[in-house]
Design a protein around this ligand. Structure first.
Ligand SMILES: Nc1ncnc2c1ncn2[C@@H]1O[C@H](COP(=O)(O)OP(=O)(O)O)[C@@H](O)[C@H]1O
Ligand SMILES: [Mg+2]
Length: 306
């Protein structure tokens, strides 16, 4: 297969591992910086070019789109999809996951439990919005934050109100959640590939923090998931349309709660903590999916109108 990885940096651990896993399995791989892809859109005559050359005959693409290039990165990915290139994570699914609120709305509709979440726009409604949530502590999050930045714990109502005011002043979208104290600064990262959790780790926040993100100094160890936790992780990824996802859960008194679903989950922490060849599992998913749609019938062999 000819595989493209949309990634801004070939030196990133995740990118390097995906390249390595694909080559080990005999595939041709190319890393394309999405911001260096440029596109011509025309009926029946669309094309993508990269550093002066046309991008063509790609069988599958693995998007690794960072939060700073969501719009442009998903536009490039969409173009590849329209040319008939298979992707486990289509652009629409990446966009659904990138928007925390949208993601929670979709998953709540599937009956997946989560920390109670509220949002509101007008300062005049702030008291009533917080009343929907109940007593503090509250967790206030930037809607498109990642790696734990923009996630704030407010112990008192007055603190919630001032954080909300500050976010509003920056015209940032945010949501407010009940604080799940019994998680004690730990969460579960479930790495879903296809319809399976291929690896899972428990992350523990550094003392004094409540955010378990490894980028915030959290530590990780392999975790054994319950049947229910696995089922929730796979359902959440599926509901968003993601073939590859990092699903974060909190263990709470009322059972597993869904926190968020990441469409470009990092491989370094999870491979180190679990010893699982996650990159290999991703490439094997591409092989299985590409087999389902034989190359000669894929639309990019002839120009498509889309
Ligand atoms: N409602 C909550 N209650 C308790 N801890 C939370 C809550 N929301 C987030 N956390 C902690 O903060 C971390 C970061 O939150 P998350 O929503 O995953 O944002 P990010 O996209 O920045 O990773 C989580 O991994 C978890 O440890
Ligand atoms: Mg997270």
């Amino acid at each position: 297969m000819k595989i493209a990885i949309l990634s801004r940096n070939t030196r990133l651990y995740s990118t390097k591992r995906l390249v390595e896993a694909a080559r080990e399995r005999g595939h041709v791989v190319r890393v394309l910086d999405p911001l260096r892809c440029y596109v011509r859109v025309a009926p029946g005559a669309s094309s993508i070019r990269y550093k002066g050359r046309e991008v063509r005959d790609i069988d599958a693409v693995i998007p690794r789109i960072g939060t700073t290039s969501t719009f442009y990165g998903t536009a490039v990915l969409r173009q590849l999809e329209m040319m008939g290139v298979y992707t486990p994570n289509p652009s629409d699914a990446v966009l659904r996951a990138r928007d925390k609120l949208r993601c929670l709305q979709i998953l709540a509709a599937q009956g997946i439990d989560m920390p109670v979440t509220v949002f509101g726009d007008n300062p005049d409604d702030a008291d009533d919005v917080l009343a929907l949530l109940g007593d503090p502590p509250h967790v206030i999050k930037l809607n498109e934050g990642s790696q734990g930045t923009g996630v704030v714990l407010a112990e008192k109502r007055a603190a919630s109100q001032s954080v909300i005011e500050a976010f509003r002043g920056l015209y940032a979208n945010f949501l407010v959640q009940e604080f799940i104290a019994e998680a004690k600064g730990s969460d579960l990262r479930c790495f879903v590939v296809g319809k399976k959790v291929v690896a899972a780790m428990q992350r523990d926040a550094t003392p004094g923090d409540f955010r378990a993100n490894l980028h915030r100094g959290g530590t990780a160890m392999a975790a054994t998931l319950s049947v229910e936790e696995k089922r929730i992780a796979v359902r959440a990824a599926g509901a968003l349309g993601l073939g590859i996802a990092g699903v974060d859960l909190l263990r709470s008194k009322r059972g597993p709660l869904l926190l968020e679903v990441n469409a470009s989950p990092g491989l370094e922490g999870i491979e180190a903590a679990t010893g699982v060849d996650v990159a290999g599992a991703v490439v094997e998913l591409l092989e299985a999916q590409a087999r389902e749609v034989p190359a000669e019938t894929r639309p990019h062999r002839k120009p498509v109108r889309a």
